[in-house]
Design a protein around this ligand. Structure first.
Ligand code: SF4
Ligand code: SF4
Length: 252
């Protein structure tokens, strides 16, 4: 989550504790919820669209913008800030975040930032954490101290990491995408499987997908109703389709 503020300092986070607290009575309350480049992960979208009782298509249309970033091989999706001068997040209210229990991973991590790397073939991501010290954030003047582990646990980051790390390994993979003339089609596949899960569900159940892939009936029933299982299945399909990994068995 990057705000557009200047003078932000990024401090490496070693083993030692850091001092920080955020609460309703702090004078800067909600000031950080504006003018953000808030990139969403697949699991962020699952949580937010469920919270708002929207389909993934409706959520993407109403709340997001697609971002093509030269530092990433695949399209990103970011939360659309209000177009008024203050550029606030659509979910910020006077009393805080209206979707607090389902807020995105980047909002949970803040003021901690993370750089991720997942070497090809690795099962988990290697992360380097740092503090994002922005001038408007008064939370660093509070007395409460945290270790990194305490902060990650308090903010529910482990659950988000378990959900999103397989996707991050696709994002950061250096494996070839094959023929460059198929790149646009592969980007569309990536977008659907990563962000538009309801469309991916339609795709697998309304095409000849299950003629091509061997999926048992128990798993098919789960995929009809369980978004997180469908999301992981979509990641497996991406690894198969983008990189030729044998993640889903073929029929016959
Ligand atoms: S203390 Fe920092 S994180 Fe909390 S509301 Fe203020 S600016 Fe935002
Ligand atoms: S989603 Fe919630 S916590 Fe995140 S920027 Fe918006 S209002 Fe703030």
């Amino acid at each position: 989550m990057n705000s557009m503020q200047d003078q932000t300092v990024f401090k490496p986070l070693g083993d030692g504790p850091f001092q920080f607290a955020c609460h309703r009575d702090i004078p800067c309350f909600t000031q950080c919820c504006a003018r953000l480049r808030l990139v969403l992960t697949p699991y962020d979208i699952v949580r937010m669209k469920s919270r708002l009782r929207l389909s993934s298509e409706e959520f993407l249309e109403k709340y997001t913008e697609t971002l093509i970033d030269p530092h990433h091989r695949f399209p990103l999706v970011k939360l659309k800030m209000n177009s008024r001068a203050e550029g606030s997040c659509p979910f910020v209210t006077e009393s805080g975040c209206a979707i607090y229990e389902d807020r995105p991973e980047a909002c949970r991590l803040y003021p901690v930032g993370r750089a991720s790397a997942t070497p090809d073939g690795a099962t988990g991501s290697a992360h380097a954490y740092f503090l994002v010290v922005e001038p408007h954030c008064l939370g660093f003047q509070e007395d409460r101290t945290w270790t990194l582990e305490e902060w990650l646990r308090h903010e529910g980051i482990r659950e988000y990491a378990a959900m999103n790390d397989p996707w991050r390994s696709i994002m950061t993979s250096s494996k070839s995408l094959g023929n460059p003339s198929h790149l646009s089609q592969k980007h569309q596949m990536f977008f659907m499987a990563s962000y538009n899960l309801d469309k991916f569900r339609q795709f697998i159940f309304k095409s000849k997908f299950f003629d091509r892939f061997r999926v048992d009936s128990e798993l098919k029933d789960i995929l009809k109703i369980d978004d997180t299982r469908l999301m992981h299945f979509a990641f497996d399909w991406l690894k198969f389709s983008l990189f030729g990994e044998k993640t889903i068995p073929l029929s016959g």
